[in-house]
Design a protein around this ligand. Structure first.
Ligand SMILES: C[S@@+](CC[C@H](N)C(=O)[O-])C[C@H]1O[C@@H](n2cnc3c(N)ncnc32)[C@H](O)[C@@H]1O
Length: 214
């Protein structure tokens, strides 16, 4: 089910393009391999949210070869750190290659293995938690993150529209998991959640100091 009409999709895609050499190279690599990266439209939002929230510590769950990680790293202040997690060691290796080329290795920590296990093993809290792992694990990600997130921090989630499948009358297993995750955040009064319907749907969940008033 198309979320956007093709000409609008093309317009937004073109509008999102950037001149940064490493981002351009990574985007071209992702497209050539049909690797599901967030793309430049979402990357711009990740950058904005990081700057807006003055984020210094970011934990990504499901980083692939580091395209979304690179957007976060570019937004961080000099002492900022983004954690890259992926179950596939080849993706970690490639992400390391791009971060070295960008001169940004000092801003990233790599974890190879299950992202939720990596999060459990990493001490501290994070200004932004970014969720993009296998969709069946999204409800587990809600529980893992919502137990440790502090007021003022936020969660950003990719694929909450899942190519429009969330509106299908008979959703498959991955879609049901996305719907469950979305309901968990939307029903949790400690969070103010919203959906940005760009690309495949980007959820933004802000952990509040006091329960929301709506
Ligand atoms: C959609 S891609 C991520 C793309 C990346 N966020 C970007 O936009 O550039 C999802 C990645 O998460 C990894 N992955 C999926 N489930 C995972 C899990 N439970 N733990 C760690 N990595 C996982 C996959 O290997 C894949 O590289």
């Amino acid at each position: 089910m198309a979320i956007f009409q093709e000409p609008v999709k093309k317009y937004l895609y073109q509008l999102g393009q950037v001149e940064h050499p490493i981002l351009k190279e990574m985007q071209a690599y992702g497209e050539s391999k049909h690797f599901p990266i967030v793309n430049c439209e979402v990357g711009r939002v990740l950058y904005q949210l990081s700057v807006l929230s003055k984020a210094k510590k970011i934990f990504e769950l499901g980083s692939g070869f580091g395209y979304s990680t690179m957007w976060f790293a570019l937004a961080l202040p000099p002492n900022g750190i983004v954690h890259h997690t992926d179950s596939d060691a080849e993706n970690t290796k490639l992400a390391h290659h791009y971060f070295k080329k960008a001169g940004l290795l000092g801003k990233v920590r790599f974890h190879t293995g299950d992202a939720l296990e990596s999060l459990a093993k990493t001490a501290g809290t994070f200004d932004i938690y970014y969720c993009d792992i296998d969709k069946e694990s999204y409800p587990d990600a809600y529980h893992a993150i919502s137990h440790r997130i502090k007021p003022g921090n936020m969660v950003v989630t990719d694929n909450l529209l899942w190519s429009g499948k969330v509106a299908h009358p008979n959703p498959d297993e991955a879609t049901r998991a996305i719907l469950k995750y979305t309901r968990l955040f939307w029903n949790d009064r400690r969070f103010a959640s919203s959906m940005l319907p760009i690309r495949d749907g980007l959820g933004v969940h802000l952990r509040l100091k006091t329960p929301r008033k709506f």
